[in-house]
Ligand binder design. Structure first.
Ligand code: GRF
Length: 201
């Protein structure tokens, strides 16, 4: 079976991306990280990509002031690197219509809560876990979903649930959920690559 070509879009740290890269390199994932694109020229994700020998690009409104050209450039890079599946790994921008159309049902996002709750614009990082605690939820978790025009909105592909413990704080949830994200993303990609979890055509 050939390797599945992966492309990443990431705005900051890129720890989920790193987990996937590592799983590709150990052979656990039958996939190849082909390109990393960031809207943030200082993103740690770009440094991680370069260290792993993966082509890395800064593409943003600074490099492409027109939204249509920015969208076209992202799509061009994904196609140039023959990406089959796009992973949003902490990417804090909406994708443009050209990229969304071309890669319809082939772009996935990971979110540190049980969508459809606690998603949407601004629901990133600690804000998600603050909202979970403020709502006195007894459960939280990780959601992996298809990407569409709205933030954190597309079809849910996989979720894993975790208890919110009485002693949990924002910091403890940040850490515990992120650790689970890394393993759950690999598990879910394994199922996608093996054809057990079928993406809509
Ligand atoms: C993760 O919590 C992910 O769920 C969310 O953004 C965060 C990115 O973290 N979409 P990292 O950049 O992968 O470390």
């Amino acid at each position: 079976m050939p390797l599945m070509n992966l492309g990443f879009l990431a705005s900051h740290r890129g720890s989920n991306m790193q987990a996937v890269i590592d799983a590709c390199h150990t052979g656990r994932l039958r996939a190849k990280p082909c390109v990393v694109i960031s809207n943030n020229s200082h993103a740690e994700a770009l440094t991680r990509a370069k260290q792993a020998g993966i082509p890395a690009y800064h593409v943003s409104s600074k490099t492409h002031p027109s939204p249509e050209q920015l969208d076209a450039e992202i799509l061009r890079l994904l196609l140039q690197h023959q990406v089959e599946l796009v992973l949003l790994a902490g990417y804090l921008r909406k994708l443009g219509v050209q990229t969304l159309r071309w890669y319809r049902n082939r772009i996935i996002n990971i979110h540190p809560a049980l969508l459809p709750k606690f998603g949407g614009q601004g629901m990133y990082g600690a804000a998600v876990h603050e909202a979970v605690l403020a709502a006195r939820e007894t459960e939280t978790g990780v959601t992996i979903h298809l990407v569409d025009e709205e933030y954190d909105h597309g079809v849910i592909l996989a979720q894993c649930r975790m208890p919110v413990l009485a002693e949990d704080t924002v910091a403890s949830l940040v850490q515990r959920v992120l650790e689970r994200e890394h393993s759950f993303l690999i598990e879910t990609l394994e199922r996608i690559i093996a054809g057990e979890l079928i993406l809509p055509s």
